[in-house]
Design a protein. Sequence first.
Length: 247
Amino acid sequence: MDNFAEAAKIIKNSSLTIALTGAGVSVESGIPDFRSPTGLWEKYNPAEYAHIDAFRRDPRKIWNMIFELMGMTTSAQPNPAHLALAELEDMGLLHSIITQNIDNLHQRAGSKNVIEFHGNAEYLQCIYCGAQYSPEEFVIGTEPPVCKSCNEILKPSVIFFGETIPYNALLESQKLANTAEAVLVVGTSAVVYPASSIPHIVKSRGGSVIEMNLEQTVLTSSITDVYLQGSAGETLPILVDQLRKSE
Ligand code: NAD
């Protein structure tokens, strides 16, 4: 049996399958990931840009990165990987997606059960007085938006290193990981904790880990049961085809 057939068999036999996705899923939509050689961290050092303390120290500098990311995410479209995951959900073969991405592309592809583990850019918040604003209240061009009550620079509601995971996302993901019989781990280096613990929880309860990535990760030789190498935009549609044929 080839790896795709084996993955399809696991999914068919699983009473509850979840997916954990990362930045790699959106690379084919034109949004670079962080850790690949052409990724964002080549340009923006995470310690200097992705930690909440860095934002506190120099929010204008961090907004330069945010402006660049916003430009990419607003023009990006879902790619065949997002569409294939939405189709798996439609087919009743995927319960939920837990995504580390903040680009909204799973939802735009039609996925309904999406847990945004690292938040999203839905609103802007003041980390000093707690005020929240809709981005529509500001003209976001080249100047960072400023809090209307305390005049501090606002932060998008995405999770920076050093911040806590949104409570409901964490709780719901842990519940799912403790129930799932299989997890698809797609386009993530699986090194950002606690998202990275999800496949380990599934595996520790006897569930299966199917991994889809361009390259091997820390999971591949440790807990992965089936590894499908390649771009998610190619491998996920092949897997869906395989499952459709066996319906
Ligand atoms: P990462 O950059 O650490 O890892 C990306 C992984 O995807 C790598 O293992 C890489 O080999 C793989 N990959 C790259 N292109 C691929 C493709 N076409 N098909 C399959 N796999 C591919 O990303 P991460 O693990 O998600 O963790 C980084 C953090 O960065 C996350 O917390 C996320 O919030 C954030 N981030 C989000 C976006 C986004 O929303 N699109 C973009 C960049 C970073």
